[in-house]
Write a protein that binds this ligand. Structure first.
Ligand SMILES: [Zn+2]
Length: 86
């Protein structure tokens, strides 16, 4: 199984209905780098150790956050958990 297909198998919760769909990280609100929209679908991916070692991201071994823009569908990845803006 390729690394990419492992990733997509690990992605979960992307279609969950959530109360808030705005997020922040390091106290900075996240906005789409492509269109500037601030509403996202949040997904999570578990990355295995082999993949993370390849990317030299062992400190982020648990999971990564995936935000898909609800307007233009651009997907952004964060190696740390993002915080939901309430
Ligand atoms: Zn966008």
């Amino acid at each position: 199984m390729s690394f990419i297909s492992k990733l997509s198998k690990g992605i979960k919760g992307a279609s969950q209905a959530l109360q808030s769909d705005e997020y922040e990280i390091n106290d900075a609100k996240i906005q789409c780098v492509h269109c500037g929209y601030q509403h996202f679908e949040l997904g999570e991916a578990q990355l295995n150790t082999a993949g993370l070692t390849f990317l030299n991201l062992d400190w982020a071994n648990e999971s990564v956050s995936i935000l898909a823009c609800k307007k233009c569908s651009h997907i952004m990845w964060f190696a740390k958990p993002v915080k939901k803006v309430i």
